[in-house]
Write a protein that binds this ligand. Structure first.
Ligand code: BTN
Length: 332
C-alpha cells in the first residue's frame, strides 16, 4: 500500500469525518490526489463513505490480513515486522523458503487467502477453504542445531493454543502440534527447515487455521473457529498468533522448553489415550504416557515397556474410547 494511502487510512481510522480539503492540507497533496488514494482504499475493500460538503468517513474495513491491518493490532516486535500479503499463491511455506534463501529477515511473514498447492506434514496436501482460513508462514532463524528443532514444533502448537485460549476457544493439542476444537482439527502446523548438521539456516513455520469455514471432502471431519465462538477478523487473529509466537519463541530460545512442555501437557488431547503411531518401521500401539524433555511421545506398550516416538515419520491415531476418535484419519 502506498505510504500516502496508508496515511489517509490512518486519518480515517480515527473514526471522525475528514474533509478532502483537510486531508489534502495535512498531507500537502491536492484534493484530486486525496480522491485517488480514497479510490485505492475502496478497491482494496475499505468502505469509505463520502458526503458532499462534509467529507470522508471509514464505514468498514475488509476482512483481509493486509500488513497495515495486522500492524494495527500488533505491538512492534520481530515476528511480523514485515508482512507480505498475497491474494493467492501455491504455498506460503514454499514462497517463504524462496525468500529465506534470498536472505529475508527473521520474522518475515507471508499470508494468503488461498493456496493452490498447500503443504501438509509428511508430504501431504493441505486443503483450506479460500477466504475462510488464515494461511501464513513465519520465517525463523533460530541459533540452534537442527537436532534441537523438534521442540520448536511443539512450542509453536503451544503458542497457537495459548492465543486461542486468550480468545476463549478451548483449544487442545494432539501430538505433536495439531490444534483441535471439540475433538476436531482446526489448525495444522508445518515446520520446514534448511541447514547443515550443526547449523540451522532457517525454519519456515507454516500455520493453517480454519476461521469461518473448512474445506469439503476431507477424509476426516474438521472444524473452524466460528463453530466454537465468534468469528474473528483474520488480521486481528494473525496479530494475536504472532504475539503469542513471539512470546513462546523467545522463551524457547531462552532455555524455557521444560516450562512450555508443561503447558503442552496441560492442553494435551493425546496423553492418557491409547494411540497408534505409524512409523517407518510399522504401526506401534500403546498408551500415550507423557512427552520426554525433547517433546517426543512416550508410549507404554502392552508388554509394559516404553518406547519414544519422535518427529517426522509418525502420526498418531486415537482409539475409540480415548478422548478422541478418528475413524478416517488420513490427513488432508
Ligand atoms: C498439517 O499437515 O497438519 C500441517 C498443515 C500446515 C498448513 C499450512 S497453511 C500455511 C502454510 N503453507 C503451507 O503450504 N502449509 C502451511
Amino acid at each position: 500500500m502506498h505510504q500516502t494511502t496508508r496515511s489517509i487510512l490512518s486519518l480515517l481510522s480515527r473514526g471522525t469525518e475528514s474533509s478532502g480539503e483537510a486531508i489534502a492540507d495535512l498531507l500537502g497533496i491536492s484534493r484530486a490526489a486525496v480522491w485517488k488514494h480514497v479510490s485505492e482504499l475502496r478497491s482494496l475493500g475499505y468502505e469509505v463513505k463520502s458526503s458532499p460538503g462534509k467529507g470522508y468517513v471509514l464505514a468498514s474495513t475488509p476482512d483481509i490480513p493486509y500488513e497495515v491491518e495486522v500492524h494495527r493490532h500488533l505491538a512492534p516486535q520481530a515476528l511480523g515486522s514485515s508482512i507480505i500479503y498475497i491474494t493467492e499463491c501455491e504455498s506460503t511455506n514454499l514462497l517463504l523458503k524462496r525468500r529465506a534463501g534470498e536472505g529475508a529477515r527473521e520474522g518475515t511473514v507471508i499470508v494468503t487467502n488461498s493456496q493452490t498447492a498447500g503443504r501438509g506434514r509428511r508430504g501431504r496436501t493441505w486443503l483450506a477453504a479460500p477466504f475462510e482460513s488464515l494461511l501464513f508462514s513465519v520465517l525463523l532463524r533460530p541459533p540452534l542445531p537442527p537436532r534441537e528443532l523438534f521442540g520448536l514444533t511443539l512450542v509453536a502448537g503451544v503458542a497457537v493454543a495459548q492465543a486461542l485460549h486468550k480468545m476463549s476457544y478451548p483449544a487442545k493439542l494432539k501430538w505433536p502440534n495439531d490444534i483441535l476444537l471439540g475433538g476436531h482439527k482446526v489448525c495444522g502446523i508445518l515446520a520446514e527447515s534448511s541447514g547443515e548438521l550443526d547449523h540451522t539456516e532457517y525454519v519456515a513455520l507454516g500455520i493453517g487455521i480454519n476461521v469461518s469455514g473448512y474445506p469439503a471432502g476431507t477424509e476426516y471431519r474438521c472444524t473452524s473457529l466460528s463453530e466454537h465462538g465468534p468469528t474473528p477478523k483474520r488480521a486481528a487473529l494473525l496479530a494475536a498468533l504472532l504475539t503469542s509466537l513471539q512470546e513462546y519463541y523467545a522463551k524457547f530460545l531462552d532455555g524455557q522448553l521444560p516450562e512450555i512442555l508443561n503447558l503442552w501437557r496441560d492442553h494435551s488431547a493425546t496423553l492418557g489415550c491409547r494411540v497408534t503411531a505409524h512409523t517407518a518401521l510399522g504401526d506401534i500401539y500403546g498408551l500415550a504416557k507423557d512427552i520426554n524433555p525433547e517433546g517426543g511421545l512416550i508410549l507404554e506398550l502392552d508388554d509394559g515397556t516404553e518406547t519414544i516416538i519422535t518427529a517426522g515419520e509418525v502420526s498418531v491415531r486415537m482409539h475409540e474410547g480415548g478422548h478422541l476418535s478418528e475413524r478416517n484419519p488420513a490427513p488432508r
